[in-house]
Design a protein around this ligand. Structure first.
Ligand SMILES: [Zn+2]
Length: 54
């Protein structure tokens, strides 16, 4: 498992994050870290919004 600890320490997901915040967090997360995938539910929401998963 590749965990970018420094990135995570600098980018903590806010509590009660909005959908937009979660999407933004995961898009950024994917660039820097591979410890987890974007949840299926979030991927579906992104597709609906027309956001491409890189
Ligand atoms: Zn990570």
């Amino acid at each position: 498992m590749k965990l970018n600890k420094e990135w995570h320490l600098a980018n903590v997901m806010p509590k009660n994050a909005t959908l937009e915040q979660r999407i933004a967090w995961h898009l950024e997360h994917k660039k820097h870290c591979a410890c987890r995938d974007i949840p299926q539910k979030l991927q579906d929401a992104m597709k609906k919004k027309g956001i491409k998963i890189l």
